[in-house]
Design a protein around this ligand. Sequence first.
Ligand code: 1CP
Length: 350
Amino acid sequence: MNIAYKRRTDDCRFMRVFEGECLTPAPVWMMRQAGRYLPEYRKVRKTAGNFLDLCYSPDLATEVTLQPIRRYDFDASILFADILLIPDGLGQNVRFGENIGPILEPIRSEEDFRKLTVENLHDHLAPVYQTVKQVRAGLPKKTALIGFCGAPWTVATYMISGKGSPDQKDARLAAFRRETWVQELIDLLVETSVQYLCKQVENGADLLQVFDTWGGNLGELEFERWCIEPMAAMVAGVKQTYPDVPIIGFPRNAGVRYKRFIEKTGVDGVSLDTSVCLAWARDNLDDGCVLQGNLDPLAVVAGGDRLEVEVKHVLDTMAERPFIFNLGHGLIPETPPENVARVVDIIRSA
Ligand code: 1CP
């Protein structure tokens, strides 16, 4: 079942950016806007038990998705879930150790890869689709709802390694060795992620973001094969069912390769990480592509006069482009909640 999708440009200002409009004040949301820096999140998290239980409980996941909207009136909310729910749904058995991050049964061989199964995937993910529906019902009309998933490469790095790693060594080595199952794994993730994203749209997501947190760590040829090609296939896949739904890509640390990424994948927007020179992005990236970014999350931790200088630098540089204010990466747990409010104030009084 696919439900018709219409871009809500009449009642949702955020969506107008994707029609090429340059809005003042710029719409704003923040990656990881729901999370441990908020006392109300920590409270719900405690009652949920573990992190995955929270992701799979529609009532609680809805509550934590809405918390930052109530507090800050962001222009967009992002579904509360995680990029590792797909591997979990494929039977890889994901756990989150307290303060140690994700733990998965690593995939190191074709035999390990063959154990994955799509059989229960959408039943497994049904609570997420229910959350999308409930969030949409609980949000003001003017607030956009962002659905998301991890990009195939980034998700594969966790599936292959069995944990997070600063250099993604296991996955990069497997990819260099060109084991046939690495390509098959990426293809499986493209296919299942497209279905996952389409279900989110069907249940009320207004737009989508795909997180390739580790994409930019790939070398030149590998970036083409494991970041650009799968992303192009995903954009084409989603647009086959929902041609008008905007898709934002986040190839973190891609540097100058943001340009090729935009040209070759057909994304409607890109999220810029903190290292990207904004004037370069403004002058060199396709005018038809919405730019989003890129305040350093640590500036929000620090606060004070520097925070104001940094926020204004982003706003001034992007004043004449279709632009969404965001961070260069997610808010971190030690962020003082009042500094987040301050960022929103600066933007809205500019
Ligand atoms: O203890 C807790 O409460 C868990 C912390 C947490 C949260 C709040 C994790 C574990 N995931 C999330 C939510 C989450 N993850 C969202 C929700 C929406 C929002 O932005 O507010 C999103 C979009 C993600 C995406 C995600 N998960 C990414 C891509 C974006 C990024 O931040 O780079 C990645 C790499 C993950 C994996 C993950 N999930 C959680 C942790 C601790 C990690 C990182 C593991 C590592 O260090 O490699």
